[in-house]
Design a binder for this molecule. Structure first.
Ligand SMILES: [Zn+2]
Length: 335
């Protein structure tokens, strides 16, 4: 993800990022940049050979910075809640009882009573589901370091990569995360098998060479390490319903549009195996998609608290159970 003050951009037509195929079928045409309202219309195509979906043509690596004009605002730090609440104590106890974290435990009865709920929550919060002494965790695209700071509190030796220098400075100077470096995977070398866990949230869809990144990540983890990735789900109800107005389509900076099937394939191709895909229960994206589509009335109805708290949440939970919600997290290991 580049950033700059570019005045224009160049487009390139590329073969399928996943299989190299050159025959495509249009999925979405004439989609616009609905975040920054910059000019241009973009097409999203499906590869006829492997079903991978990509923005094509796409802005070149050298000029895509044109579409990241205001990324500093994205990195505004927020407060990290102190770990004193009962919710937090239950979470810590579950991590200790079920995943071997060295954290205070509550009586087992608490785990038995609420574990089913919190176990889902833990995974959605991107916790590795194991812990080892001196275990190293890398967060690629770590922004200002929120996830790393939280994971450090749970006993991980944390490392990060982030493109935005201002965010790197905050992570290093304000949060004391000394192992956060500026740049992306291509800018730094790590020994093979250096990390127990590599985490990368909402980054893969932005990369010009996602398979190169996944291959590097596969080499970076230990033989028994874990990869945790989040991406939007192109096979979601929201995408079908809102099409070019789908909030997480985010063209042209989202270059790769994964489905559960193509995400598993992308991992498989670099020697990783998806062990579980978790579908998020996010209601905000549906409201934003309605607004993108110019349907303010629907957006206001959905935002109205009884509708949102009961109906919309129940609907999104149903979509998540069926693998049809708008975002997903995959846990993967080496094959
Ligand atoms: Zn393909």
């Amino acid at each position: 993800m580049a950033e700059s003050q570019l005045e224009t951009y160049e487009m390139e037509l590329v073969p399928c990022t996943l299989c190299g195929g050159e025959s495509f079928t249009d999925c979405i045409t004439g989609a616009k940049d609905l975040y920054n309202h910059l000019n241009g219309e973009f097409n999203v195509m499906r590869c006829d050979n492997c079903d991978f979906v990509l923005t094509n043509p796409r802005p070149t690596r050298e000029t895509i910075g044109y579409f990241y004009p205001d990324s500093t605002g994205y990195y505004q730090p927020e407060t990290i809640t102190p770990k004193t609440t009962m919710k937090e104590r239950i979470l810590q106890s579950l991590l200790a009882n079920r995943h071997g974290y060295q954290l205070p435990r509550l009586p087992k009865i608490v785990d038995a009573l609420v574990g089913w709920y919190w176990h889902t929550k833990i995974r959605l919060n991107h916790f590795p589901d194991f812990w080892r002494p001196e275990a190293r965790l890398m967060d690629i695209g770590c922004a200002w370091g929120r996830y790393l700071k939280i994971m450090q509190g749970y006993g991980w030796d944390v490392h990060g990569l982030e493109f935005n220098q201002q965010a790197v400075d905050y992570a290093r100077n304000e949060l004391g995360l000394t192992n956060v470096r500026q740049g992306m995977l291509e800018d730094h070398a790590y020994d093979d098998g250096f990390f127990d866990v590599v985490h990368m949230s909402m980054v893969l869809e932005h990369l010009h060479e996602p398979q190169d990144a996944l291959a590097k990540i596969a080499r970076m983890i230990k033989p028994d390490g874990q990869v945790i990735l989040s991406v939007p789900n192109f096979a979601s109800y929201e995408r079908e319903k809102f099409d070019r107005y789908w909030y997480a389509l985010h063209v042209p900076v989202h270059l790769n549009h994964f489905t559960p099937v193509t995400l598993r394939q992308a991992l498989d191709d670099v020697g990783l195996r998806a062990t579980r895909i978790i579908h998020h229960k996010t209601d905000r994206d549906i409201i934003n998609s309605a607004r993108n589509a110019g349907n303010e009335r629907l957006a206001s109805i959905l935002k109205c608290s009884p509708v949102r708290n009961i109906l919309l949440r129940a609907f999104v939970s149903m979509l998540a159970r069926r693998g049809r919600s708008g975002r997903m997290t995959v846990y993967a290991c080496k094959k």
